[in-house]
Design a protein around this ligand. Structure first.
Ligand code: ATP
Length: 454
């Protein structure tokens, strides 16, 4: 895939190893040799992704009165996917090697020659003339509903969450009495039988999307709303602490633009190395394509009634669609750094995650395992745990314990030392500046909460 070259190093391999070692992300079904491009989130990864999803939900649903939430089912009526165009058009061209049985995308740059012709060479086994003509391959996972495996019972795992929003457009509008313009948002799993998955959690076969469809009046300010959402969504990514220099808008070229779309921009993030700038979110002006198609295929009207003007119309849709896993990867890539520490021979690895998104907010340590320090620290850890996730650690050298927290992005480390039992104070160390402040033990919770913005 073409991408703008990156000035940032490729940290993917290091991240895959860190994520496994520290319990962020594991390969799915690893003991059986793994499932291709499917990943499991471990204890720290699930916290990171949940914090990210909560942040999106708060920004898009809870803090606004013009967007409603939804949690539609993964399995939908099969006609949905005929209406959406996925049955006919959600395809990639594939070629098979008759010799080694491997499959490739027809446009794989590693293929030399023309697939289907004698000159074409298989990139895996090197044989010539064994590659088939390209065939279209649908990316939707197909399964059967009920006990009979026949064509009448075929259902699909949804390849995007958006369709669940369109088919519920009137249910939500009428039950909430929202007036256009308004939006519907949901977070959920989507499945795509990707042919060239990879790059860790960048492109997987099972992933989570956070999508919002905003319904606007086709005769009014729909382009203004498109611009508004473009700006809002970029601002949201910046609010996650992603570097401004690593984010850009990519406008869809006429070839990329879907035939029904009036305008489309991707927000791209620079993942470093050869991957470089890649889409993390799409902001699309979809016109009235989706609602019209569902009207046509279901035979049910999906019109909005504008009471004051006594007008019925099918709204235009501005969509914002962002991958939770891809954004989590952007956060990990953006935050990963290796540093030398003044006065120390051993360097450190830091995950510079924003405090609000970090899986653990504070490490709590007794300096040594004696003189009442563990008891003091355990009591403090318990108090802090009532407000946010805390990791208590009393084993090994204090420097090592700090490093372990730096590597998982814990923004604060609280240490109980020899004076704590005398004057009830502890030190709080900042992950990024390495500065330590002495704070009254009773004030630690408030001090940290203030910095978490809660
Ligand atoms: P791409 O061109 O990278 O395949 P797309 O244009 O097909 O992406 P959309 O259909 O617009 O993607 O989906 C919206 C968002 O969902 C993407 O920006 C991305 O963050 C996420 N996404 C899509 N496909 C995958 C996948 N296979 N794995 C992880 N995230 C994905």
């Amino acid at each position: 895939m073409a991408s703008t070259p990156s000035a940032h190093p490729d940290v993917m391999e290091k991240l895959v190893s860190l994520c496994k070692r520290r319990g962020f992300i594991f390969q799915s079904s690893e003991i059986y040799g793994g499932t291709g491009s499917v990943w499991d989130y471990g204890p720290l990864g699930v916290e990171l992704k949940r914090n990210l999803k909560d942040r999106w939900w708060n920004a898009m649903v809870r803090s606004r009165d013009d967007i409603e939430g939804l949690d539609a089912a993964i399995l939908m009526h099969p006609r949905t996917w005929e209406a959406s165009g996925h049955v006919a058009g959600f395809t990639d061209p594939l070629v098979d090697c008759r010799n080694c049985k491997k499959r490739f995308r027809a446009d794989d740059p590693k293929i030399k020659g023309t697939p289907g012709q004698p000159d074409a060479q298989c990139p895996a086994c090197g044989m010539k003339g064994t590659l088939s003509e390209p065939r279209m391959f649908n990316l939707m996972f197909k399964t059967f509903m009920g006990p009979v495996e026949e064509s009448a019972s075929v259902v699909y795992l949804r390849p995007e969450t958006a369709q669940g929003i369109y088919v519920n457009f009137l249910n939500v509008q009428q039950s909430t009495r929202q007036k256009v313009p308004f939006g519907i948002a949901q977070i959920g799993k989507a499945f795509r039988n990707e042919i060239t998955p990879g790059n860790f959690i960048f492109r997987t076969r099972e992933f989570e999307q956070m999508e919002m469809q905003f319904f606007v009046d086709p005769e009014k300010d729909h382009m203004e709303w498109f611009e508004y959402w473009k700006a809002q969504r970029m601002a949201w990514h910046l609010s996650l602490g992603l570097d401004e220099g690593r984010l850009l808008f990519h406008q869809h070229t006429p070839e990329e633009l879907a035939h029904y779309a009036r305008a489309a921009f991707d927000i791209q993030f620079d993942f470093g190395g050869t991957l470089g700038f890649q889409e993390i979110e799409g902001v699309h002006h979809r016109g009235d394509f989706d609602l019209n198609r569902h009207q046509e295929y279901s035979g049910k009207k999906l019109e909005y009634f504008d009471q004051p003007n006594n007008r019925r119309f099918v709204p235009f849709v501005v969509e914002t669609s962002v991958g939770a896993d891809r954004t989590a990867l952007a956060l990990l890539v953006n935050g990963y750094r290796e540093e030398t520490v003044e006065g120390e021979t051993e360097g450190r690895v830091v995950l510079g995650l924003p405090a609000q998104l970090a899986p653990v907010k504070a490490g709590v340590f007794p300096l040594v395992k004696k003189d009442g320090m563990p008891e003091f620290a355990e009591k403090l850890a318990k108090e802090l745990r009532s407000a946010f996730p805390v990791f208590y650690d009393e084993s090994g050298a204090i420097g090592r314990r700090y490093r372990r927290q730096d590597e998982i992005g814990t923004p604060f480390c609280v240490t109980v030392d020899g004076t704590s039992n005398e004057d009830n104070t502890v030190t709080i160390r900042d992950r990024d500046t390495l500065q330590q402040v002495r704070v009254d033990a009773g004030k630690v919770k408030g001090w940290i909460l203030e910095r978490l913005g809660t």
